[in-house]
Write a protein that binds this ligand. Structure first.
Ligand code: GTP
Length: 368
């Protein structure tokens, strides 16, 4: 079976992380994010994935290569963004697509039963079958009510955008995983951006468009909050994966890290070659590769990209995201939710006792 993965978006909500790494290649629990999706696809019989790339496409190809655990990888690059359906038309025009294939949003971490969705699609003789996931608050999503037969009845705009709208008729939303027949691809106009959600699927209602609800893990990692949530769910095993064992704090510390005298955990990830100096604390956070955290610094519920340096006794508030190669000066207090651009220096001299750069504690002081 073939799958086309949409991997060409700019990932603006994940900036500054996505200023230097495309979302599909971002490390999640120490591995390029898309490898989790490829593992899941392989478990459901996918043997070829076509990666539809645009923004930083060369980097996606460099990180993922030509195959992943038996799944052959092929790349289709667009010169300008074609939206969610346009890339499929481009891939079809380049040739080599099967008559039936899967199409996936490339920013979803899930373990739902894709084989059951494919079986349902075949049984119904559907033109397209969408995976539907139940969410707690459906008001900020497009809703997809279905009849008892599974046929999609409508695509409803976000209720949150229309204060006069009635209560949502369903809490099932489009999960970004479709089984499609070639007849659907032929409906996509060539050479311009086209949206499945706004153009193609509404036009298919009543013409073989089905929804397949599932119960299982599903999250879109497109914001820093959800990226952290997905990391913690992987660490705790709430979603099926092949992660290496975690330590007693539920954290994953990759080879080459030095953490003696520091407190790492709970539920944190240290990429390769991180150094956490004595007395520093890293909790519920993700550090990519080669991050250095100075003595006595505190990092909580934050994400630090490759090569970030945090000076001694600095503090990063919850939700802070630091871009690749940025530096946080010793003693600085990074506010909650702050975004620090790649390669910049954050140097707010606000140590509680007024000292600009507090001295590094000795190893003994750090362990105390
Ligand atoms: P935001 O800018 O944060 O909204 O992220 P995004 O650019 O990834 O957009 P969104 O989350 O809506 O995209 C859903 C999926 O479609 C992601 O996997 C994107 O990589 C992909 N995608 C979005 N736009 C395009 C596009 O124009 N071309 C291709 N090939 N993929 C796209």
């Amino acid at each position: 079976m073939q799958a086309l993965i949409l991997a060409g978006g700019q990932g603006t909500r994940l900036r500054p992380l996505t200023l230097t790494s495309p979302k599909p290649a971002l490390p999640l629990a120490g591995r390029p994010f898309l490898t989790f999706m490829l593992d899941w696809l392989a478990r459901h019989g996918v043997d070829e994935a076509i990666l539809s790339c645009g923004f930083l496409g060369e980097e996606v190809a460099r990180v993922l290569g030509r195959s992943h655990r038996g799944v052959k990888l092929r790349y289709v690059n667009e010169t300008e963004p074609l939206g969610t359906a346009g890339p499929l038309r481009l891939a079809a025009d380049e040739g080599g697509l099967d008559d039936r294939l899967l199409v996936l949003n490339g920013d979803v971490l899930t373990d739902f039963d894709l084989s059951a969705q494919i079986e349902f699609h075949v049984l119904k003789g559907a033109a397209a079958t969408l995976a539907l996931v139940a969410v707690d608050d459906p008001s900020s999503y497009g809703l997809v009510p279905t009849a008892a037969s599974g046929e999609v009845e409508a695509f409803l705009e976000k209720v949150a955008d229309d204060p006069s709208a009635a209560a949502p008729p369903t809490n099932r939303v489009n999960a970004g995983a479709y089984v499609l027949e070639r007849s659907v691809i032929e409906r996509i106009p060539p050479g311009r951006p086209v949206s499945f959600e706004r153009e193609i699927f509404p036009g298919l209602v009543g013409e073989g468009l089905f929804g397949h609800p599932f119960d299982g893990y599903w999250i879109d990692i497109g914001t820093p909050e959800r990226y952290l949530e997905a990391t913690q769910d992987l660490l705790t095993g709430s979603v099926e994966s092949t992660l290496p064992p975690r330590d007693d704090s539920g954290s994953l510390v990759l080879p080459g890290c030095a953490t003696e005298g520091a407190e790492v955990g709970p539920l944190s990830v240290l990429g390769e070659w991180c150094t956490i100096e004595p007395g520093a604390r890293v909790a519920r956070s993700v550090l990519h590769r080669g991050v250095t955290v100075g003595a006595g610094a505190v990092i909580e519920h934050a994400v630090l990209a490759d090569g970030v340096t945090v000076g001694p006794r600095a503090r990063l508030g919850p939700g802070a995201v630091v871009g690749s190669g940025a530096r946080v000066a010793g003693g600085a207090q990074v506010p909650a939710g702050a975004r620090i651009a790649p390669g910049t220096l954050f140097a707010a001299p606000t140590a509680p006792d007024g000292r600009r750069f507090p001295p590094v504690p000795s190893a003994e002081e750090g362990r105390a």
